[in-house]
Design a binder for this molecule. Structure first.
Ligand code: GLC
Length: 554
């Protein structure tokens, strides 16, 4: 099979331009700074960069409140700088994905300003209005505890407008064909400037019916097909990576039964069970979640992540499981958010414990799908809980032990650089970790390199092998007559596990360790017995290294 699905074996790195590198000393990151850091990302093994919103915005939700979809916020540079950036990425063979935030706009967007002030405005019907406060106004808030309502009265329009998120983010009336056409126009614009696709924000809300009388919003799934078709006509290799925290039974509605909707979705279902597994040492719910989300079409792909720029959302775990994760990783109320999640970065959640960090990232890089890492994870950056809500995990990148962690020459940065303590820039930074061959950064670089050489994980079929211990997750991948077996011990204690690889074209009796010298030969019965240290992991190729994997056409 010849194919060109670049996203199946990609390594995605998410960053915000604002917090990555400041080139002009104003305390805010910019496109020129980011462009200078592309070689760093390339060297790390990143193949696609996902940029968080950088368009003009009042910045009340860190750019997720856009006031001009066709611009670059002047704080980050110009459209010219943007094109230089996408060009520089392309020269290095790297793709660029950008956030597409079209469920809502900023209330400062000229569309909303026009819509609110004139009933005859062509934009009036681009938003969702009601004369009276709908009964459902105190339901469906995405940010409970901070957001009080989903309908707010606008004194200018003298009507209520719907907002799924904060009150300064009025929802677009996405059923309106003019709004739909505008969404396509926005996609077409950025595609033309060199991006390979979009991380589409809040997809279930984008496609939901909206209105004062809507009680159980139906999704308009045909919109997803429209988006995809448009994109693929414009540029055949562009994709949408959907943010859709949905139940497994709905997955295929988003991927499309004919594989004609979203190419990629974040696997929130697995993400939550992964954290439960890390907290409890029990691998079974994770194995179950992998089974429940086995995507059925060859072209579809999961985005696998640990932490993102939002809180770790535990809303879909059962209460006991959720409490177990809170107890282990965010016991203090200040660490929790929106009654459902933890707002910390991963490294502090794991107390900076190197063994557990390696376990977590080894899982991220070997679960079925495409790994999506977050800036700063490669050096195990920490958080600043004195900052409000999700800002605690969005602090400037720590490049060196120089002033402002090498991020900026300014005396004051847009958010303070983390300083002092176990995670301050003085000790946790790129420059220092590059010099140390045993650093976390160098470990991540090696693991990415090995992951890139295992296309079985991105492409293949995955089954979990029964082992003799519930703390151990054993996955086998098969693709083009090659197989790999990956083991993880979620428990703190060492475990000895026994398992059979099952039939293969190669020699199931021999497992070659890809990261260490711990190869395994099966006994006469075909059983492998492997001792894993506490939080240990093993990546094996089945049958030896003399495999012939034809990568020329992927
Ligand atoms: C998504 C984003 C989040 C943002 C929200 C509103 O959930 O991930 O950061 O606040 O949408 O746009």
């Amino acid at each position: 099979m010849i194919s060109d699905l670049w996203y199946k074996n990609a390594v995605v790195y998410c960053l915000s331009v604002e917090s990555f590198m400041d080139s002009d000393g104003d305390g805010v990151g910019d496109f020129r700074g980011l462009t200078r850091r592309l070689d760093y990302l390339h060297g790390l093994g990143v193949t696609a960069v996902w940029l968080m919103p950088f368009q003009a915005s009042p910045g009340r939700d860190d750019g997720y409140d856009v006031s001009d979809f066709y611009s670059v916020d002047p704080r980050y540079g110009t459209l010219g700088d943007f094109v230089e950036f996408t060009h520089a990425a392309k020269q290095r063979g790297m793709r660029v994905l950008i956030d597409l935030v079209v469920n809502h706009t900023s209330d400062q967007h000229p569309w909303f300003q026009s819509a609110r002030s004139d009933p005859q405005s062509p934009y009036r019907d681009w938003y969702v209005w009601s004369d009276r406060k709908p009964k459902s106004a105190d339901q469906g808030m995405v940010f409970p505890g901070v957001q009080k309502t989903t309908w707010t009265r606008d004194p200018v329009a003298k009507k209520y407008y719907f907002h799924r998120f904060y009150e300064f983010q009025p929802d677009l009336n996405t059923s309106n064909p003019h709004v739909q056409a505008e969404i396509l126009r926005i996609m077409g614009f950025w595609i033309q400037l060199g991006v390979s696709g979009f991380r589409m924000d809040a997809v279930p809300f984008v496609i939901a019916e909206k209105g004062p009388d809507v009680t159980t919003p139906k999704e308009q799934f045909q919109m997803l097909r429209t988006f995809r078709e448009f994109l693929q006509w414009r540029k055949g290799d562009s994709v949408i990576l959907a943010e859709a925290n949905v139940l497994p039974e709905d997955d295929m509605k988003y991927f499309g039964v004919d594989g004609d909707r979203m190419q990629m979705m974040f696997n929130f279902h697995v993400n939550q069970r992964l954290f439960y597994a890390l907290a409890s040492g029990d691998a079974r719910p994770l194995a179950e979640a992998l089974k429940e989300t086995q995507s059925k079409y060859d072209t579809a792909q999961w985005g696998i992540f640990l932490r993102n720029h939002d809180e770790l959302d535990l809303g879909r775990l059962d209460p006991k499981q959720r409490q177990a994760v809170f107890d282990a990783f965010g016991p203090d109320k200040t660490m929790q958010l929106y009654d459902r999640g933890i707002r910390r970065r991963l490294a502090p959640m794991l107390n900076g414990d190197r063994r557990r960090l390696e376990l977590a990232y080894s899982l991220m890089f070997t679960l079925p799908g495409t790994p999506v890492m977050r800036y700063g994870d490669e050096i195990a950056m920490g958080d600043d809980l004195s900052l409000p809500e999700r800002y605690c995990a969005r602090t400037p990148m720590q490049w060196s032990s120089e002033k402002q962690g090498g991020f900026s020459k300014a005396d004051k940065t847009f958010l303070p650089v983390i300083s002092g303590g176990g995670f301050g820039f003085e000790t946790v930074n790129v420059a220092q970790q590059r010099r140390d061959p045993n650093s976390f950064l160098n470990w991540i670089e090696r693991i990415i390199r090995m992951r890139q050489e295992l296309p079985e994980i991105g492409w293949g079929d995955c089954v979990s092998l029964p082992t003799s211990d519930e703390a151990v997750l054993a996955l086998r991948y098969d693709w083009r007559n090659n197989a790999v077996v990956i083991l993880h011990n979620l428990a703190a204690e060492p475990k000895e596990v026994g398992f059979k690889v099952g039939p293969t074209d190669g020699e199931p009796g021999r497992l070659v360790d890809l990261l260490a010298q711990a190869h395994s030969e099966a006994d006469e019965d075909g059983r492998h017995r492997i001792v894993l240290e506490g939080y240990g992991y093993r990546w094996f190729r089945v049958g030896g290294l003399n495999y012939l994997l034809d990568r020329s056409d992927i």
